[in-house]
Design a binder for this molecule. Structure first.
Ligand code: TH1
Length: 824
C-alpha cells in the first residue's frame, strides 16, 4: 500500500492478525458471533480492532507530549464536522488495504461496512468542516494540539424532502453507540452560571471579587482520537457534554424538591442537547450563550489543569506553552473567562493577566455578514455571566483610555465604534470587537477576505495594530478529499507522481505536463466517468431520478443562503429549459444540475428556494419534449458522507456567490481537486483557485468586489435588468404562474418578489447575463473532449496550495509559533 512506509513498523498489523482481532472483538466486545452478527456489529468490531492501534499510538503521543512539554495549540470551535471516521482512520493508519482483505476473507465488503457509520454532523458547514480538516493536519504534521468543542447529542438536523419541501428530523448520531469516542470521567469539570458578584477583602488587604454562582453544571469530556496520516501522532478532540451537577441537585433534593431537581437536571442536560442550525446567522438566544460559555469554561479549566501539572502555580510560562485559537467569535467568552480565572482565582494582577491573555489568544474571522457578527444584550450577559460582564467593562475602559484616546483624542465617534459595548435602546456586547482587542493576531480565511477584514470590517483596529491583521487561506485535507473519496484517481496519481502526494499535494503539479497526453486524458476521464456512474446509482436510489453519466454533472453543494445564490443557478436552469422549449434545435450537451443543501429551519426564503428547485425538477425531469437534455436533482440530506460521493463525480463546480460575501469557500477546493471545472465569481478563495489553475481553466463571470461596491453605491435597481433582458423577464414572470406548481399559482412568487421589490440585495439579476454566457462557454468546452480533459486535469493537479497542511503551516509560522514534536 502506498503509505506503508510512514507507519511505526512495530505496530503494523497483517491481514490475519487484523482478521483475528475483528472476530475476537465481535465475540468479546460485541457479544455476538460470526453467524449472528449484524452489519452494525461487524462495523463496531472492526472499529474496536482498529482502536487497539489507535489507543497504543495515543498513549505514545501523550507520553511524548508530556515528556517534551512543548507548546501546544488549543483549537476552540463550537463546531467540528467530522463526518465518518472508519475509512479515514484506516487510511491514516495505512490499514485500509489490509482491512479490506481481512473483511473479504470474512465475506464482507469494507465499503458497505463503512456505510453503517452515521456521520458525526456536529457542525453546519464550511466552518465546522474546516476545524475537522485542521485537526487532521495538525496530527499529520506532528504538532501538539487539542480540539475543544461541544458533544452535541443531536448534530445538524436530518433533512427529508416531502412534496418538495424541507422537513427537519432530529439527528441521533450516537443513538446506538459510537466506537470512536472515549468518556473521561476523571477529567470532569464543574462550571458556574448565573448568581451575583460580591466584593470582599482579599488576603493581601486589597479588594477581591467573588462570583457566587446561581447554579453549577458538570462538563463530561468525550475524547475522539485524531489519527494523523502515517499514524505517528494521535491527538485528541475533546467534546464536552453537559450534565446536572450532583452537588447542586442534592441540595434541592434534600429540601424535598425531587421534581425541581429533575427539572434542573433536564435543564442542565439541555445545554449540549442540540447544535444551532444557523449557518452565518446569529440566533442571539440565552441557551446559545450558555453553550458557548459552557464549552469555553470547561476547556480553560482543562488547559489550566494540564498546565499546572507541569508548572504548578508559576504562570510565567503560560503564554509560552499555551496558544488558543478562537474559531470565529463563538468561543470569545474564553477571553474574559481566562482573565477571571487568572485574576479572581489565581490572584494575578490585572496587567500580568492581560499580558498572558493577549499573547495566548488569536481569532479567525470567517465572515463579513452583519447577521453573523455576534452581539449579546448586556442584560442577558449580566444575568448569565455577571462577573464576565464586569471583566469586559474593565477591558473596554482600559482599551478606550489607554489606546483609543491617545490615538484619536476626543474623538467620540471612533470610541463608540471601537467600544466593546454598543450603546442604544438595548445595550450590547460586541463579540467581534472583544476578539480583536483580546487577541494578538486576527486572520481572515482567503486573501481577498483578509483584505476586506482589514479595510472594511475593522479599519480602525488595523490602524491601531497593523501587525495584528493577517491572512491564512483555508485548505482541505487531501487524505479525506482525494485519497479516501476518490480511490481510482488516487491510484492514477500514485502511478504518475509516486505515493507521497497525500503529504505533499504540490507534487501533483507534475501531472500538468500530461494534461495534453491523450493516454493520460483517457485514463483521467475514464475515472471521472466511473465515478459518475456510481453516482447515477446513488441518485436513483435516493431520489428515483434517472440520469445519464453521458451528461455534464453540474454541482452546487453548500448551505442554502441568498448570498451563495442558489437562486441564480435556479433561474438560469429555467432559462435553459425555456430555450429548449422555444427552440427544439437549441444546441447544448445534456446537463444534470445537482444540488445538495440544507436551509436553516427559520429561513423562509431559503426553504422556498429548495421548494422551487424540487418543483422545477419535477417538471423538467418529466418533460419528454426536451429529450433528456436537462435534468435537475436535489439530493436530500446533504452531509459530509454524501459530499464524498458527489465530489469525485462532478464535472462543473458552482461557486457563484456575490463578490465580497463568501469569505473563502472550501467546497470549491475539494471539487477542483477532484477534477471539476469551476464556474465562479471572483470571490473568496475562487480568486486564488483561478490563480493556481490559470484563469483560462475556470469560467469566471460577474461583478468583482469593487464593481459590486460601485453598483451598490450608485443605487442598484433590479428592474433595470428585468426590463433590460426579455429572457430574464420571462423567467421571473414564470414564478407568478402555476407552471411548476400545477393548480397552485403564486407558490413560488416570494422568490421573484425578493429579486425585484425586495431589491435583490445579492445582485442576482445584475450577474445573470454574465453567468449565462459563462455557462455557454462551459458547454462549448465540454463538447471538445480533449480541451475539457486538459482543463479538468489542470484544475486537479494545481490545487496543491489548498492542502490544509499548508494552512496549518501558515498558522504555525504566522501565529502559533509551534515546533513539531515527533512521536516515535
Ligand atoms: C464559513 C464561510 O461562510 C466560508 O466562506 C468559509 O469557507 C468557512 O466558514 C470556513 O472558513 C462560515 N461558516 C459560519 C458558520 C457560522 C457563523 C459564521 C460562519 S462563516 C455559524
Amino acid at each position: 500500500m502506498a503509505t506503508k512506509k510512514h507507519t511505526g513498523q512495530d505496530l503494523q498489523l497483517d491481514k490475519d492478525q487484523l482478521k483475528a482481532s475483528i472476530v475476537r472483538h465481535l465475540r468479546s466486545t460485541l457479544g455476538t458471533s460470526e453467524q449472528k452478527a449484524s452489519p452494525d456489529a461487524w462495523w463496531k468490531a472492526t472499529a474496536a480492532a482498529v482502536n487497539e492501534q489507535v489507543y497504543e499510538r495515543l498513549t505514545r503521543t501523550q507520553q511524548t507530549h508530556f515528556k517534551k512539554d512543548t507548546r501546544a495549540i488549543h483549537y476552540l470551535s463550537a463546531e467540528f464536522l467530522m463526518g465518518r471516521l472508519t475509512s479515514n482512520n484506516l487510511h491514516n493508519l495505512s490499514l485500509y488495504k489490509v482491512c479490506e482483505e481481512a473483511l473479504a476473507d470474512l465475506g464482507l465488503d469494507l465499503t458497505d461496512l463503512c456505510e453503517q457509520e452515521p456521520d458525526m454532523a456536529l457542525g453546519n458547514g464550511g466552518l465546522g468542516r474546516l476545524a475537522a480538516c485542521f485537526i487532521d493536519s495538525l496530527a499529520t504534521l506532528n504538532y501538539p494540539a487539542v480540539g475543544y468543542g461541544i458533544h452535541y447529542e443531536h448534530g445538524l438536523f436530518r433533512q427529508e424532502i416531502q412534496d418538495g419541501r424541507q422537513i427537519e428530523r432530529p439527528d441521533s448520531w450516537r443513538e446506538y453507540g459510537n466506537p470512536w469516542e472515549i468518556c473521561r470521567p476523571e477529567s470532569v469539570q464543574e462550571i458556574p452560571l448565573y448568581g451575583y458578584v460580591e466584593t470582599v477583602f482579599g488576603d493581601n488587604g486589597g479588594l477581591k471579587k467573588v462570583w457566587h454562582a446561581g447554579r453549577k453544571i458538570k462538563g463530561v469530556p468525550w475524547d475522539i482520537p485524531v489519527v494523523g496520516f502515517g499514524g505517528h501522532t494521535v491527538n485528541i478532540l475533546r467534546l464536552w457534554e453537559s450534565r446536572a451537577s450532583e452537588f447542586f441537585d442534592w441540595d434541592v433534593f434534600n429540601a424535598g424538591g425531587y421534581v425541581n431537581s429533575q427539572a434542573e437536571k433536564a435543564q442542565a442536560e439541555t445545554i449540549s442537547k442540540v447544535l444551532y442550525p444557523n449557518d452565518e446567522t446569529d440566533a442571539g438566544k440565552e441557551l446559545r450563550l450558555i453553550q458557548q460559555y459552557f464549552f469555553c469554561a470547561c476547556s480553560i479549566k482543562d488547559i489550566m489543569r494540564r498546565y499546572k501539572r507541569a508548572h504548578g502555580n508559576d504562570f510565567s510560562q503560560f503564554a509560552a506553552q499555551i496558544a488558543i485559537q478562537l474559531n470565529d467569535t463563538h468561543p470569545t467568552v474564553a477571553i474574559p473567562e481566562l482573565m477571571r480565572v487568572l485574576v479572581d482565582e489565581e490572584g494575578l494582577n490585572w496587567d500580568s493577566a492581560w499580558s498572558i491573555c493577549y499573547h495566548v489568544f488569536s481569532y479567525t474571522n470567517h465572515t463579513l455578514l452583519p447577521e453573523a457578527l455576534e452581539k449579546w444584550s448586556v442584560h442577558l450577559f449580566e444575568k448569565v455571566l455577571p462577573r464576565h460582564l464586569e471583566v469586559i467593562y474593565e477591558i473596554n475602559a482600559r482599551f478606550l483610555d489607554e489606546l483609543v484616546e491617545p490615538k484619536w483624542p476626543g474623538n467620540d465617534a471612533i470610541k463608540a465604534k471601537l467600544s466593546i459595548i454598543e450603546e442604544g435602546a438595548v445595550r450590547k456586547v460586541r463579540m467581534g470587537n472583544l476578539c480583536v482587542i483580546g487577541s494578538s493576531k486576527v486572520n481572515g480565511v482567503a486573501e481577498i477576505h483578509s483584505k476586506l477584514v482589514k479595510e472594511d470590517l475593522f479599519p480602525e483596529f488595523a490602524q491601531l495594530w497593523p501587525e495584528k491583521m493577517c491572512n491564512v487561506t483555508n485548505g482541505v485535507t487531501p487524505r479525506r478529499w482525494l485519497l479516501a473519496c476518490n480511490p481510482e484517481l488516487s491510484a492514477l496519481y500514485d502511478d504518475a507522481v509516486g505515493n507521497t502526494w497525500p503529504l505533499a499535494l504540490d507534487k501533483l503539479r507534475e501531472v500538468v505536463k500530461s494534461a495534453d497526453d491523450p493516454q493520460f486524458q483517457q485514463k483521467f476521464m475514464a475515472i471521472k466517468r466511473r465515478n459518475k456512474e456510481k453516482l447515477v446509482k446513488v441518485i436513483k436510489a435516493e431520489t428515483g431520478i434517472e440520469v445519464s453519466a453521458e451528461a455534464i454533472f453540474d454541482v452546487q453543494i453548500k448551505r442554502l443562503h441568498e448570498y451563495k445564490r442558489q437562486q441564480l443557478n435556479l433561474i438560469h436552469i429555467m432559462a435553459l429549459y425555456r430555450r429548449l422549449l422555444t427552440n427544439p434545435d437549441y444546441q447544448m450537451h445534456p446537463r444534470v444540475f445537482i444540488f445538495g443543501s440544507k436551509a436553516a429551519p427559520g429561513y423562509k426564503l431559503a426553504k422556498d428556494i429548495i421548494y422551487a428547485i424540487n418543483k422545477l425538477a419535477d417538471r423538467v425531469n418529466n418533460d419528454t419534449r426536451i429529450q433528456g437534455k436537462l435534468k435537475v436533482v436535489f439530493m436530500p440530506n446533504y452531509r459530509v458522507s454524501l459530499a464524498e460521493k458527489l465530489i469525485p463525480a462532478a464535472d462543473v463546480s458552482e461557486q457563484i456567490s456575490t463578490a465580497g460575501y463568501e469569505a473563502s469557500g472550501t467546497g470549491n477546493m475539494k471539487l477542483a481537486l477532484n477534477g471539476a471545472v469551476t464556474i465562479g465569481t471572483l470571490d473568496g478563495a475562487n480568486i486564488e483557485i483561478a490563480e493556481e489553475a490559470g484563469a483560462e481553466n475556470c469560467a469566471i463571470f460577474g461583478l468583482n468586489v469593487d464593481e459590486v461596491k460601485t453598483l451598490k453605491a450608485r443605487g442598484y435597481n433590479p428592474y433595470d435588468f428585468y426590463y433590460g433582458n426579455s429572457e430574464l423577464k420571462a423567467v421571473l414572470d414564470w414564478f407568478d404562474t402555476d407552471y411548476f406548481t400545477p393548480g397552485r399559482p403564486g407558490e413560488l412568487a416570494a422568490i421573484k418578489h425578493s429579486l425585484l421589490e425586495g431589491g435583490d440585495p445579492y445582485l442576482t439579476l445584475a450577474d445573470f447575463h454574465s453567468y449565462s454566457e459563462a455557462h455557454k462557454l462551459i458547454d462549448t468546452w465540454y463538447r471538445d473532449p480533449a480541451l475539457w480533459a486538459r482543463k479538468a486535469i489542470i484544475n486537479s493537479a494545481t490545487m496543491g496550495k489548498f492542502n490544509s497542511d499548508r494552512s496549518i503551516q501558515d498558522y504555525v509560522d504566522r501565529i502559533w509559533k509551534l515546533t513539531n514534536c515527533n512521536v516515535g
